[in-house]
Write a protein that binds this ligand. Structure first.
Ligand code: PGA
Length: 257
């Protein structure tokens, strides 16, 4: 069965600048998420803020994630923060393979290792995929096929149920791009992603795979991606830092499905 929850992921990236601002923002999101019925909100702050923000008691509506992490649990890796540390500090999700990490040299092979480590630790990976450029001949679909195959092929069968995929066309991400994809394209691409996933995970698991849209999500386009694009959730960057806008996105997501 298709999952009934809808996931809204706040990817704070390298923001905000102070722990004080992080606490204020998290407090607002906590209040917003409490009243929702269908939405599961996942905040992914910079790792350093995680222990300051995660409340002692787990919630059924608000979850925490890391944006990245090392595969080694501990050791002599100056500057590194491990996925295990994220898990031990209260995260239950991790973003893996974000375009901004790939741009820094992260390969499908590294992403695959991170996914396997996360799954072993009990962290649910939010696997980001997406093409740099959209062409009219469907060549970009090969990019998606390759990313899914390289990163998710031949995992242990029982791991597949813990994965979600965020389709984020790279050209739609971040301040420079400004333009989101459209819901119709997303719907086609999500079907394509689900079909490839089915060849690895089986049809039943593929039917319940959450496929999220990310890339310039805002209060104006959120409803269309969920309703027309049938997205199982949204991965929100910039607008997750603007409390009033993020609140609107959460409320739209809660009402739309
Ligand atoms: P954006 O970022 O919403 O600012 O485009 C999305 C993302 O990169 O996760």
């Amino acid at each position: 069965m298709k999952s009934k929850s809808i996931f809204v992921v706040a990817n704070w990236k390298m923001n905000p600048e102070t722990p004080r601002e992080a606490k204020a923002l998290a407090g607002q999101v906590k209040r917003m998420s409490g009243g929702l019925t269908k939405v599961k909100t996942i905040i992914c702050p910079p790792n350093i803020y995680l222990p300051l923000l995660v409340p002692p008691r787990p919630s059924k509506k608000l979850f925490w994630g890391v944006q990245d992490g090392e595969v080694e649990n501990k050791g002599s890796y100056t500057g590194g923060v491990s996925l295990a540390m994220g898990r031990n500090s209260g995260a239950s999700y991790c973003i893996v393979g974000h375009a901004e990490r790939r741009a820094k040299g992260e390969t499908d092979k590294i992403i695959r290792e991170k996914i396997q480590t996360a799954l072993r630790l009990g962290l649910k990976p939010i696997v980001c995929i997406g093409e740099d450029k959209r062409d009219n001949h469907g060549e970009y679909l090969e990019v998606l096929r390759r990313q899914i195959g390289n990163c998710l092929g031949d995992l242990k069968k029982n791991y597949y149920a813990d994965i979600m995929i965020a389709y984020e066309p790279v050209w739609a991400i971040g301040g420079g791009a400004g333009l989101a994809d459209n819901p119709e394209n997303f719907l086609h691409n999500a079907l394509f992603i689900r079909k490839i996933f089915a060849s690895m995970a089986g049809n039943e698991t593929a039917l319940s795979l959450p496929v999220l849209y990310g890339g310039s999500v805002n209060p104006k386009n959120a409803q269309d991606f969920i309703k027309e694009g049938r997205a199982d959730g949204l991965l929100v960057g910039r607008e997750s830092l603007v409390p009033e806008h993020f609140k609107q996105i959460l409320q739209i997501a809660d009402k739309t499905k």
